[in-house]
Ligand binder design. Structure first.
Ligand code: TRP
Ligand code: SF4
Length: 330
C-alpha cells in the first residue's frame, strides 16, 4: 500500500520506569504487530511523565533511554515505525495550548483518573493545572499525527472517549481537520504483579523485561496462588490464581489448558506450574536480553534512532500545525 495512505496508529508510554511484563502483554506485543500494517508513531511521552514526576524529574532523562532501549530490543523496528520523544517535538505543546482554550473545565474535572491519581499518588502533589490537563496533552499527541487508531489498555478508555469529544469540538469550531481517534483495546487478562495486585511500577511488584533469569525465578516462585491449594493434594482454580495470569499472557493455549486441568485435579504442584511459565518467559526474553546488552554497550545507537524518529515526527507535526494555524487564522 502507498505509504501515505496507511492509517495512522499512535500510542505513548510515560518514561517513569523500565518496561515490565505488563507493558509487553498489554501494549508492546500489539505495537509490534501493528507496525507491519499501519503508519505507526510510538512516543516516549516526557511531558506526561513530568506531570506526575516533576519533583523527581532527573529520573525522566534516564528512563527515556531505558524505554527506548527496551522497545528496540523487544522488536519495535525503526524502519517500520517512528519512535520518538514527545518533548523533542514542540508542536505537541502548541496544540495542547490551543486545545486547552476550547475545553470546558467540567470535561476535565469529571475524568475519573484525575481523582483516582490524587488518592493513589499520595507521595506526589498532582493537584496541578498541568495534571488536570493530562488528557488534553494526550489528545494533542494523537491528533497531531492525525492518529486514527490508538492501541491502549482499558485504563485509557476514558481518556480516549474524551479525546474523541475534544476532536469533535475542535472540528466543529474550526473545520474538519482531524479524524476522530478510535481506541483499539488490547485484550489481555490483567497481569498480576508479585504481590497479587495489578502489575504496576507504582506498586513495586513488577517483573521487568531486563530482569535476569535468576531475578525472574526469585520473583515468580514465591508468588501468591489460589488459596485453596494449601497442600499439594488440594485441587485449585487457576482463574483465582494470581500466578496463572502470567500463563494466560505468555503460555500457549494448549499447554495452558493442560496446566489448568492439572491445577483443578491437583495433578500438578504450584512450583512446577510456576516453573513452566518461568521457562517460557526466559525463552521469550533471551533474544531481548542479547539485543538489550548491545544497546546498553552502544548507547549512541539508541540516541541516533531517537534522533531520526524525532525528525520524522517533527515533519508530520509541523505540517499539521500549519494547517491548524491557517484554520485559526493566525
Ligand atoms: N496516558 C497514557 C498512559 O498513561 C500515555 C499516553 C500519552 C498515550 N499520550 C498518549 C497513550 C497518546 C496513547 C496515545 O498510558
Ligand atoms: Fe496457580 Fe498453578 Fe498453583 Fe494452580 S497450580 S494454584 S494455577 S500456581
Amino acid at each position: 500500500m502507498d505509504e501515505e495512505k496507511k492509517r495512522v496508529v499512535f500510542s505513548g508510554l510515560r518514561p517513569t520506569g523500565a518496561c515490565h511484563l505488563g507493558h509487553l502483554a498489554g501494549a508492546l506485543r500489539n505495537w509490534i504487530k501493528l507496525q507491519d500494517q499501519y503508519r505507526c508513531f510510538y512516543s516516549i511521552v516526557t511531558w506526561h511523565a513530568f506531570s506526575s514526576e516533576y519533583q523527581n524529574h532527573p529520573v525522566i532523562r534516564d528512563y527515556i533511554f531505558e524505554v527506548a532501549a527496551d522497545w528496540l530490543s523487544i522488536g519495535l523496528d525503526p524502519d517500520k515505525c517512528t519512535i520518538f520523544v514527545q518533548s523533542e517535538v514542540k508542536e505537541h505543546a502548541e496544540l495542547h495550548l490551543l486545545l486547552s482554550m476550547i475545553i470546558p473545565l467540567p470535561w476535565l474535572q469529571r475524568v475519573p483518573t484525575f481523582k483516582e491519581m490524587q488518592k493513589e499518588l499520595k507521595d506526589k502533589d498532582v493537584n496541578t493545572y498541568g495534571f488536570l490537563g493530562y488528557p488534553v496533552l494526550q489528545t494533542a499527541d494523537i491528533i497531531l499525527y492525525k492518529g486514527e487508531i490508538v492501541p491502549v489498555g482499558e485504563d485509557q478508555a476514558y481518556h480516549l472517549e474524551l479525546a474523541r469529544e475534544i476532536t469533535r469540538r475542535f472540528n466543529r469550531l474550526f473545520g474538519n481537520i482531524f479524524p476522530e481517534p478510535q481506541i483499539l483495546l488490547t485484550e489481555v487478562p490483567k497481569l498480576a504483579g508479585t504481590d497479587g495486585r495489578k502489575m504496576s511500577k507504582s506498586f513495586g511488584n513488577s517483573i521487568y523485561l531486563k530482569d535476569s533469569p535468576e531475578v525472574i525465578r526469585a520473583k515468580i516462585q514465591p508468588m501468591k496462588t489460589d488459596v485453596r491449594r494449601k497442600r499439594r493434594t488440594d485441587p485449585g482454580e487457576p482463574e483465582d490464581c494470581p500466578a496463572f495470569t502470567l500463563h494466560k499472557a505468555f503460555v500457549d493455549e494448549e499447554q495452558r489448558e493442560k496446566i489448568a486441568q492439572g491445577c483443578r485435579t491437583a495433578g500438578i504442584g504450584c512450583l512446577e506450574c510456576k516453573n513452566i511459565v518461568i521457562e517460557k518467559l526466559i525463552q521469550i526474553l533471551t533474544p531481548f536480553w542479547e539485543k538489550r546488552k548491545t544497546f546498553a554497550d552502544n548507547p549512541d545507537m539508541v540516541l541516533d534512532i531517537l534522533e531520526r524518529g524525532n525528525t520524522e515526527a517533527r515533519e508530520v507535526a509541523q505540517k499539521t500545525m500549519k494547517e491548524v494555524r491557517i484554520a485559526l487564522g493566525f
